[in-house]
Design a protein. Structure first.
Length: 247
């Protein structure tokens, strides 16, 4: 009850102020896009969501261009990613990390591919390019098209480490943008396979077979303590908004 009262007080004080959050597919698709309509209606606050991936999101946070950055990575893995990309001046002590969820990474197939289950060996052979035609796995005579997003490096890194044992993705993989681009490409191309959060899969012509579980924490970073507006959003997500969040 106390959290609910705090939420209402913050909302009334902040009016139509915008909360700016940048990040990757996992927090956007699983959490923020799902609670945005209900939160905006109840609080009067605006939620400005930008899906530029964890790298650009943390750069934007460092520059003060957004209120928070969010990604499907642990804080440690996030800082490692930034270092590997050559970013300097990203000091962990500058940021406050908060775990806001857990994301299961799912394998998606074009709807014409009817596989109820794929094991780890099969998935590894598909995504690394060892299996080039679906008939090798008992499917139709179609070439395998691996679809990946260049704006979801967190998803790619976790999947590559846990499911491919660190092996490289197929050399001929088709790289597109963010999760919506992956979904559109999968829908349009028979024989295609990709990855993403289950919440991103709509009623379009896709399927998601049973696979070994792959997942990662969803982390939110702020510079210091969250602003009052952001605190009200987090209170909503942890309270009545929880029922809207993808599990």
């Amino acid at each position: 009850m106390r959290g609910f009262v705090l939420f209402l007080i913050c909302a009334m004080q902040l009016g139509a102020q915008a909360i700016r959050i940048d990040g990757g597919a996992a927090p956007m698709e699983n959490i923020f896009k799902r609670i945005k309509p209900a939160f905006e209606t109840k609080s009067g606050l605006k939620l400005d969501l930008r899906e530029n991936g964890p790298e650009l999101a943390l750069v934007a946070l460092q520059k003060g261009e957004v209120d928070a950055a969010a990604a499907g990575l642990s804080p440690e893995a996030w800082y490692e990613l930034m270092a590997s990309k050559g970013h300097v001046g990203i000091e962990p002590g500058t940021f406050k990390a908060r775990r806001i969820g857990f994301d299961k990474i799912n394998v998606f197939l074009h709807g014409d591919l009817v596989f109820l289950e794929l094991d780890k060996a099969q998935i590894k052979s598909l995504f690394t390019g060892s299996t080039t035609n679906w008939k090798e796995l008992g499917g139709p005579d179609l070439p395998v098209m691996v679809v990946l997003g260049d704006k979801v490096p967190g998803t790619n890194k976790v999947f590559q480490g846990q499911m491919l044992d660190g092996a490289a993705f197929a050399a001929n993989a088709r790289w597109v943008g963010a999760t919506p681009d992956i979904i559109r490409t999968l829908v349009a191309n028979p024989g295609s396979i990709g990855i993403g959060p289950l919440s991103a899969m709509t009623a379009q012509k896709l399927s998601s077979p049973v696979t070994p579980e792959v997942g990662r924490p969803i982390t939110l970073l702020t510079k210091g303590e969250p602003s009052p507006a952001l605190a009200s959003l987090l209170a909503f997500a942890e309270g009545e908004g929880r029922a809207l969040i993808a599990k």
